[in-house]
Design a protein around this ligand. Structure first.
Ligand SMILES: [Zn+2]
Length: 111
């Protein structure tokens, strides 16, 4: 199995996991509504959890999709900033990394 196949597999697994997570929380909310729970505090709590997951999940999903698109385009693993290859160890830890470690550190310092 080539390295790219492995990367694709882990990205697809990550995407499935995210979809399941987002779908799961929406299912929880639907259930709450179906059961006719009108307790405001409880409804707020549920939508807070969902919002958290959605925001984080949507961002991750976006990153995973972009990484898959780059894989298809053949420019996966290249830093979008300096176009140098991203270290393999970094990609293993963060399969959808778009910046090499140097550019990532610079981006962090300037923010
Ligand atoms: Zn870079």
């Amino acid at each position: 199995m080539s390295n790219e196949d492995e990367v694709r597999k882990s990205l697809l697994a990550k995407r499935a996991e995210l979809v399941k997570r987002v779908g799961g929380t929406q299912a929880i909310e639907r259930q709450e509504v179906a059961e006719g729970q009108n307790d405001n505090a409880q409804l707020w709590e549920v939508s807070d959890i969902r919002d958290d997951l959605d925001a984080q999940g949507a961002t991750e999903l976006d990153q995973v999709n972009k990484a898959l698109a780059r894989l298809d385009a053949g420019d996966y693993g290249l830093c979008t900033e300096c176009e140098e290859p991203i270290a393999v160890a970094r990609l293993k830890a963060l399969p959808y990394a778009t910046l090499c470690i140097q550019c990532a550190e610079e981006a962090e310092e300037s923010s």
